[in-house]
Design a protein around this ligand. Structure first.
Ligand code: NAD
Length: 368
């Protein structure tokens, strides 16, 4: 018998910059020209059908004007299109176009595009660099930062994917002007989630300024984008791959939210489902002494002012919803787990590490 040890200890530095501003296409092109992604010589701009004419083409054009070799690829817009099938179709098209290890993927769009293109980049020829160019508030607030990439499956959202950090993130606040009002509100749900889990002052600021964000006041939008990024990356820096558990805190409102998103047949947007999930954890938390009824009321009032739902919509089958909760990635030994806020602006924890708590089906049914 022979036995060998393959020693692969390594130190890596996956640090990257996040640039927040207005109309950043030219800045992106200049950065790539200066070698942002090393020796890459071909660029695949991946976007969806809606974003393609608005920002995909301008980004591709900006790169071309710097003399870079670019192809623009798109897939149909929408949550149901964040699929293994579309990833495969894009990969095949890239291979036919001659893309190989010298490629860089540039994801231009919302969270659906950054999640799918990020996963594609992480596996294409065993991994090529990826840049996120976020065009929605939701992607700015959450999806484009942190390196979680995934596609959905028929069973539930985001079950297949990898951790893979982008080389840089560009948050183009100017792109929010073409967003549907409902989509802007959807992004505010993740923003309110961040405030609930770690920043009471930001929650109060949102109470005062939510209307300014909805009317796209530049100063308010920049402040929201910057604060979202800070809250998210501070958590990711401490627990990049959800090993200590801290990163699970970003799941606040998502246990019910993701189940609701799927059971509603995606008629609810991601942020809308998360908004209902935030209220649900608050009500579960009330029964555990974590939230006061007046705090839940403040949360509901802010969500409503942001144009978000706070109740499970009519027609949702409660039994099906409970069954779907068990597909959540936090489920351990067949038991449901939820993340809770402890009042507004603080995360409920036990010890240093534990941020999700076992919840019985009876507790869930009582609140439902
Ligand atoms: N990876 C993560 O850490 C993470 C975190 C939160 C959410 N997510 C994922 O993000 C997704 C939701 O993100 P989203 O709300 O950005 O969805 P999305 O990408 O589907 O964008 C929403 C809609 O807006 C359109 N759009 C995008 N930018 C636009 C613009 N500037 N102007 C006009 N239309 C525009 C899109 O075509 C789409 O129809 C979900 O799949 C969710 O699972 C991922």
């Amino acid at each position: 018998m022979s036995k060998f040890r393959v020693t692969l200890k390594k130190e890596t530095d996956d640090s990257y910059d996040i640039e927040i501003g207005y109309a950043l296409e030219k800045k992106l092109a200049a950065d790539l020209k200066e070698g942002l992604t090393g020796k890459a010589s071909r660029y695949a701009v991946i976007t969806d059908g809606n974003v393609k004419p608005l920002y995909g083409e301008p980004v591709a054009e900006a790169l071309r004007s710097e003399g870079l070799s670019v192809e623009l690829l798109s897939f149909p817009a929408g949550e149901t299109e964040k699929s293994r099938k579309n990833k495969e179709l894009l990969e095949d098209r890239m291979l036919e176009m001659g893309f190989r290890r010298d490629s860089t993927v540039i994801a231009v769009g919302g969270g659906v595009v950054t999640d799918l293109a990020g996963y594609l980049a992480a596996t294409f020829c065993r991994g090529v660099p990826c840049i996120n160019y976020a065009t929605t508030l939701l992607a700015a607030a959450d999806a484009s930062v942190g390196g979680k990439t995934a596609v959905n499956t028929p069973m539930a959202t985001n079950l297949i994917g990898v951790f893979s950090q982008p080389q840089k993130v560009y948050i183009d606040v100017a792109a929010w002007k073409t967003l549907d009002k409902r989509e802007l509100s959807s992004g505010l749900a993740e923003t309110i989630k961040h405030a609930c889990l770690s920043d009471a002052a930001f929650f109060s600021w949102l109470e005062e300024n939510v209307d300014r964000i909805l009317s796209l006041d530049p100063e308010a939008c920049m402040h929201a984008a910057q604060t979202n990024c800070r809250i998210k990356y501070e958590i990711v820096e401490k627990d990049e791959k959800e090993t200590s558990g801290l990163r699970e805190s970003l799941n606040l409102g998502h246990t019910l939210g993701r189940a609701l998103e799927t059971v509603s047949g995606y008629s609810l947007l991601h942020g809308e489902a998360v908004a209902v999930g935030l209220v649900f954890q608050a009500r579960l938390g009330e029964a555990r002494g974590l939230m006061k009824p007046e705090e839940t009321k403040r949360l509901c009032s802010l969500l409503e002012r942001a144009g978000l739902p706070t109740e499970i919509p009519e027609g949702i089958d409660r039994r099906e919803l409970v069954e779907k909760l068990y597909t959540d990635k936090k489920t351990r030994n067949g038991k449901l787990r939820f993340v809770f806020s402890d009042g507004i602006g603080r995360l409920a924890t036990e010890g240093d590490q534990k941020v999700s708590f076992e919840v019985s089906e009876e507790e869930v049914l009582r609140v439902l």
